[in-house]
Design a protein around this ligand. Sequence first.
Ligand code: ATR
Length: 282
Amino acid sequence: MSDLFDFGDRVDRYAVMGNPISHSKSPRIHALFARQTQQQLEYSAIQVDSGGFTQAVGNFVASGGKGLNITVPFKQEAYALVASRSPRAERAGAVNTIKIENKKLFGDTTDGVGLVTDLLHNHGINLREARILLMGAGGAARGVIEALMQQAPAYLLIANRTPDKAVELASVFADLGTLHGSGYEQLAEQQFDVVINATAASLQGEMPDLPDDVLADGACCYDMMYGKVTQFMHWSQFHGAAKVLDGLGMLVEQAAESFYLWRGVRPNTAPVIEELRSELTY
Ligand code: ATR
């Protein structure tokens, strides 16, 4: 084909890789960002089989792709694959955004800033001096701890079904301020201003075993999941939370941070969140 008609080569290409990927909202979000900021780009979703991640990234790089988002279950593999990383990705032990320049891969993680931006700017939640409870000690929890600690909370408590994992995770971030790890039983008699669910329990229609009186007056409860009202969100409403939030805003904000890393332009997230929100059935 003549160069003149080879439009595909002239449009910068991006993609999200994961498994499963068909329900990903990222192509939609980035298309909305691109239209809003008048950037010419293409963004697709690529399903990658287990064991095929390195090859898939290699193919994408060889074909001239400019950047990738990486989602479950490949964020740790992406961390290991990239040539260099941002300090926050280094801390998180995970990469959700790859920038490709001269075929070299730079890895970043935008999940933490996505969560904090959503809490602070979209919902007006104060984190400074707040008592924060983070539930879960897997990759999702680990990815947001540094950004939460940077807001100077009174303290952060990481609670997990397997308490040892929470204690271990807290020790990784101990230099950032007051944070501890524990099981759920040890939460009895304690109250928190902000409670964040970073467990996979919602996927099974379950929620962690929280004591009934764990919410302080005016507490905000945040589930990092979106797309349905989770058990934890029901529980929070029932137990008198002042605000009950899902993770849709975090999803859009982490995408905006990736977009900024790639394009140097910050999209306005509010209309994008509003548009996606209007399509949810709750
Ligand atoms: P992710 O990358 O999404 O964080 P993960 O690394 O598998 O996934 O971690 C899942 C987290 O959800 C863990 O903290 C897990 O607790 P355990 O470490 O005790 O396994 C937590 N989790 C999963 N199902 C849960 C449930 N039904 N109740 C409470 N916690 C649950």
